[in-house]
Write a protein that binds this ligand. Sequence first.
Ligand code: SF4
Length: 277
Amino acid sequence: MYQQGTSICMEASSTDNKPEFEKTSYQQLLIADLKKEIEMARKLDSEKLASEIQKIGFSCQHCGKCCRRAFGDNRVAVIPSEIERIREYTDLSKLEVAGPFVTEDSIPDGEEESEEERPETSFGALEENEESFSPDRLESFKDYIDCEGKVHAFGWILRRKRNGDCIFLERDTYKCRIYPVRPMLCSTYPFYIEELKLQTCECEGLGSPISIEESRKMTENLLFRYISELEDTLDLYENFVDFRRGEQGLKLAKKSLENGTFTFIVHDSKGSTEISG
Ligand code: SF4
């Protein structure tokens, strides 16, 4: 399910205490490209997009496969405004709703556990969730580790259970427990727009008839999502200041992982959040 925009390897600081570093020419180029894409996205022909969607066809089969790890990459990238909406709806904390987005899918095959052993929970007592981070995996994040051994991540994904399924997926019915406030990625699935072009993900519902009214509604949601995500990324780029890397960073990160004092710094359009432990 996962789709995400350009990955960046610039560096960030909290917006509360932002040092005034000059952006490099590469960073300035990224920002200029993004502004251009936003401008062009606003001019996309919605009627043409709606007719493309109608031609492709789609009807949700309610199989829940897009929310389950066993059927592929089910990560759901979310922006701060989406986390906030879900947080208000569920009364969960920000960190119970979402975790750091890391560049690879972190649930290896074979880690699924027996569902029968785990009772369904309410929002107030969510099932323990996912994303174990082993010292071996740290090697592949070398470029994202600063000289103090903290791992920098860009953006958020919805939390998942230990078996990798979305924490908001109802176990027996495959219904979404946050349907009215589900992320834009979920409400527009299996469609997305990339570099101004309509794209689709793998989905059993593709090819089924869809009315022009439903196609127009999907187009409206898709364009809203595309522009919101681009604008959010632009804010992230503009707030972003480089962090210092160093030889000892990886070693310190491994040590802190072993001691249970591991720290992530998550950068988003609102600044940065430090998550320890
Ligand atoms: S939020 Fe809802 S629709 Fe989205 S992945 Fe989770 S269960 Fe599925």
